[in-house]
Write a protein that binds this ligand. Structure first.
Ligand SMILES: *Cc1c(COP(=O)(O)O)cnc(C)c1O
Length: 405
């Protein structure tokens, strides 16, 4: 890369993107060039406070020094071999992950969707071994989100994501989230698993009743179904515990991770118990890039930092402060219907579509997101402090005051 390379201006860059990249995203008018901590800079050098963190990915902030160092050192030692061979960073990461939760075994892949694919395949295989064919159904929730591959969009309980891609992968049935009776009713002899997000992220930051996971666990155990948690968004410290379900202390049979696992390098993981993992044998499943030495070395350092008790404590503390400030806003502005979330996944539901609010925050140098049409969602880097939270709240206030006029 030559020093003479001239940066494209934002307008030109966005136009070239429209010319050459498949138009699958509704992008904001913003081309980002650089990041550090909780801040990003656009092509022209304008600064933004980032309360999205690449959708819950850059939990340690942008380009943290220790992570860059690990990346640099591992890149000089070994980047990729093949899963036909053993490598130390992969083993160390698997050890760290399994020591921190219910799981005994891990399968590494490259994304959230792939982690869920692995979970779906494993659930089917496990059930096939115990019960023979015909018991491959998986109960999932309405307004869930599990990915964009054919199987995971079939698992996703949202029609708008499935439309046009039919026929879907067979066997998924969708029930209302946070409703145990609906799950009980959907169980029959063709069902092998229940797949659920402990907190729905894309669905609008929905936290279920504190007894919900326990209820699902009991239903699954009594019908010999596998309970699968999709912790891709809410795992890795986001809620103030390493894994979201650890708040309730109700363990699954399978859990999927991705997003924050390597702070922005692509990785996914499916974790499970020895008993369930036995359904996979050599040749059952594979990935060329899954768990390379480079990505797992980075993930191991991310894990080391995020799993520290003091780090998680800080997430809980800042999260509580943030939530209090949002609740105070809700007192002032009646168009805020509800404040929801846990730790540093927080959302406010408006009584009107939120996209204009997102744009106005961007104009004021703050990046947030809107999901489920009316929910402003906040997923800051987990390193945020009350200072950044105050700045976000001030920005929201100035946008809301404008709205009131
Ligand atoms: C983001 C997300 C996925 C999909 O992850 P990709 O890496 O985009 O494939 C799946 N489930 C949940 C809960 C997510 O938030």
């Amino acid at each position: 890369m030559g020093d003479e390379k001239v940066a494209m201006d934002s307008q030109n860059l966005m136009e070239q993107s429209r010319n050459h990249i498949c138009q699958t995203y509704n992008r904001y008018n913003l081309a980002l060039a650089r990041g550090s901590g909780c801040y990003l800079w656009d092509q022209e050098g304008r600064q933004y406070l980032d309360f999205l963190a690449g959708i819950a990915v850059c939990s340690l902030g942008h380009c943290p020094r220790e992570i860059a160092q690990v990346m640099y050192e591992q890149a000089q030692q070994l980047v990729h071999v093949s899963n036909l061979y053993y490598t130390e960073p992969q083993v160390r990461l698997a050890e760290a992950l399994t020591n921190s939760c219910f799981a005994d075994k891990v399968f590494f892949c490259n994304s959230g969707a792939e982690a869920n694919e692995a979970a779906i395949k494993l659930a089917r295989k496990y059930s096939r071994k115990g019960y023979g064919p015909g018991r491959h159904g998986i109960i999932t929730m309405k307004n869930s989100f599990h990915g964009r591959t054919l199987a995971t969009l079939s698992a996703t309980g949202q029609q708008k994501i499935q439309e046009g891609f039919e026929p879907l992968v067979d066997g998924f049935r969708y029930v209302e989230f946070d409703n145990l009776d609906a799950v009980a009713e959907a169980i029959d002899k063709t069902v092998c698993a229940v797949l659920v997000e402990p907190i729905q992220g894309e669905g609008g930051v929905r936290v279920p009743d504190s007894k919900y996971l326990q209820g699902l666990r009991e239903l699954c155990t009594s019908h010999d179904l596998l309970l699968i948690y999709d912790e891709i968004q809410v795992g890795m410290g986001r809620t103030g515990k390493l894994f979201s379900h650890q708040h309730e202390g109700v363990t699954p049979d399978i859990m999927t991770l991705a997003k924050a696992l390597a702070n922005g390098m692509p990785i996914g993981a499916m974790l499970t118990t020895d008993k369930v993992a036995e359904a996979f044998s050599p040749g059952s499943h594979a990935s060329t890039f899954g768990g390379t030495p480079l990505v797992t070395a980075v993930a191991l350092e991310v894990f080391r930092q995020i799993s520290a008790a003091s780090f998680l404590e800080q997430v809980r503390r800042v999260g509580e402060y943030f939530q209090q400030r949002l609740l105070a806003l809700a007192e002032k502005y009646p168009f805020i219907k509800e404040v929801r979330g846990r730790g540093l996944i927080l959302g406010i539901e408006l009584d009107f579509p939120g996209s204009e609010m997102v744009r106005q925050c961007q104009d004021r140098g703050v990046l947030i997101n809107c999901t489920a049409e009316k929910v402003l969602r906040f997923l800051p880097p987990l390193i945020v402090t009350s200072t950044e939270v105050d700045r976000l709240i001030e920005t929201l206030e100035s946008v809301f005051r404008q709205k009131d006029k």
